[in-house]
Design a protein around this ligand. Structure first.
Ligand code: SAH
Length: 519
């Protein structure tokens, strides 16, 4: 059998967005992924579903794996022909045992490649608003471990005296437990007790915490607050700049757990958006879309799409289901012939464009009047035929408005919302335990299904505020006794999250001033 390959890859400090493009590329081609405890789970999703996933970390020194076991696991898999991605937190060459693993591979004759990553000190510094070097304060930066070797090895000791003399920034890894000793050594060697220190925990994750102090008091502060690892300590004058530069804490959805209830295929975008606003998305799809309608009726309407003057798509899903059905029937975009096409908004238009159809009309606003106005601007509606492929249950305003203008409207129900048969355990647990800050409801069906789910599971819906995408969803939600605290101004998921930011702004200002007071 042909020998496989091992990629030793840095996964960055946490935020999946900090993974390199090269790392993502090699993950996409992996047949096995062997990963550390500090790797963000979302990063593993870039590996093919068929790839073997093996968690191999050194959890403290307890139930983890020994370095030999890990190295052997890589060699064994490569010898069986696997393309192995060994994912390590941060950068593999910084306190990552890259030396041991790569040397073992080289000696075993296994080909390998090293892909760097953003190391914890860089991630922590960036997300805490601290430049590691600065022309006025810090001409150098040193990465040092605060953890003394416990395996009896005889590597060189850390020369704290020399480090204290160097005027630059220190980034101390693995040092929470021994922070007091490191600080004492530095002060004994002449570093001023009032040298600023920032301790950054879970850097770049949504629950990142920063504790600031001085060499003289940081260990005591950390102890008092029970500040847990993993954290890096950044020591030096540069820490002062954080007062002006802290940006991550100012994200308005920071640390907020937001329930995303959209159908699975629509949740990815919402998840990303919540993350980029600093929040933690929790996915619990409350809706599943299923094809519906009489097969023969649907097929005959789609086969003669070209015979309509207008085809009006009122959602991305309407486009999806239309084309999925057409595909099944062996038809494609040519079936539209000379029919004019209207997309209700830019997203729907983009979905059409991806299938080779440029919408003739995209009204500025999704209200019946705007749509009718936009169509009338192109041509007189009287006597024209209009096809509206859409959900089984939908509002009748648009068809009615078109009919009032004299159009002959054919509504074609293609799909329906159903309640999912099962829910992801973790999200359900968060909901039951009341560990959420906001529930997002992007449709009336989602609101209805959420109320039903709460009733079924004995969850008190009053415990968590709801955010709705628009007035129709609000009416349904309130009709089911849900506490609506946020309503989108623009009726999109982005609009909903904008409104959520405004809602949480007060909270956030308070949280930040607490943090400043503590500082
Ligand atoms: N190779 C890694 C370091 C591994 S050693 C890297 O380049 O970052 C493990 C130590 O790294 C932890 O004890 C902690 O000091 C630091 N660390 C790793 N991830 C971190 C994070 N997200 N936030 C703060 N410190 C982190």
């Amino acid at each position: 059998m042909e020998t496989g390959f091992v990629y030793l890859v840095g996964s960055g400090p946490g935020d999946p967005g900090l993974l390199t493009l090269r790392a993502r590329e090699v993950l996409e081609g992996a047949t096995a992924v062997v990963y550390d405890n500090l790797v963000h789970p979302q990063i593993l999703d870039w590996a093919p579903a068929s790839a073997e996933r093996v968690r191999m970390g050194k959890v403290g020194h307890l139930h983890g794996f020994s370095q030999d076991e890990i190295t052997q696991a890589l060699i064994d898999r490569a010898k069986q022909g696997s393309v192995v991605v060994r994912l390590k937190g941060g950068d593999p060459s910084v306190f990552g045992r890259l030396g041991e693993e790569a040397v073992a591979l080289a000696r075993a004759g296994i080909p390998f490649e090293i892909v760097p990553g953003v190391t914890a000190a860089s991630g922590a510094a960036a997300y805490a608003g601290i430049p590691l070097t600065h022309r006025d304060y810090a001409p150098s930066v040193t990465l040092v471990t605060g953890h003394r070797r416990t395996d009896g090895g005889d590597g060189p000791e850390i020369d704290w005296k020399a480090l204290a003399r160097a005027s630059g920034t220190l980034a101390i890894y693995m040092g929470v437990k021994h922070l007091g000793e490191a600080a004492a050594q530095l002060m004994a060697a002449g570093r001023a007790p009032d040298t600023p220190v920032a301790l950054v925990r879970r850097a770049t994750w949504p629950d990142q915490e920063v504790l600031t102090g001085t060499l003289g008091d940081i260990a005591e502060r950390a102890r008092k607050q029970n500040f847990r690892p993993p954290a890096v300590a950044i020591v030096g004058e540069v820490v002062e700049l954080r007062k002006e530069l802290a940006w991550f804490e100012r994200k308005t959805l920071r640390g907020k757990k937001i329930l995303i209830t959209r159908a699975l295929h629509q949740a990815a975008q919402a998840n990303r958006s919540v993350q980029s606003r600093g929040g933690i998305p929790v996915a619990l799809p409350l809706i599943e879309l299923q094809p519906c309608g009489h097969k023969s009726g649907v097929e005959s309407a789609l086969r003669r799409v070209f015979a309509f003057d207008w085809v009006v798509f009122s959602s991305v899903n309407a486009v999806r289901f239309t084309f999925e059905k057409m595909d099944e029937m062996g038809l494609d975009a040519r079936t539209f012939g000379a029919a004019r096409v209207c997309a209700v908004g830019p997203k729907t238009a983009a979905e059409l464009a991806a299938r080779g159809i440029r919408a003739d009309v995209v009204p500025d606003e999704y209200v019946a009047e705007a749509l009718v106005g936009a169509l009338t601007a192109v041509a007189e509606l009287r006597g024209t035929s209009v096809l509206i492929p859409r959900a089984k249950v939908a509002r009748e305003v648009v068809p009615r408005a078109l009919e009032n203008r004299g159009a002959r409207v054919e509504v074609l129900p293609l799909y329906e919302n159903v309640r999912p048969a099962a829910y992801p355990e973790e999200a359900l647990h968060a909901l039951v335990a009341g560990k959420l800050d906001l529930v997002t409801l992007a449709s009336s069906s989602a609101a209805k299904n959420y109320a039903t789910l709460c009733a079924e599971r004995g969850i008190d819906p009053q415990a968590v505020p709801c955010a709705v995408i628009g007035p129709a969803t609000r009416t349904t939600a309130e009709g089911h006794g849900l506490p609506v605290a946020v309503e989108a101004l623009e009726y999109t998921m982005e609009g909903l999250l904008d409104a959520a930011e405004t809602y949480f702004k007060g909270d956030q200002a308070k949280a930040f001033s607490r943090q400043d007071e503590q500082d």
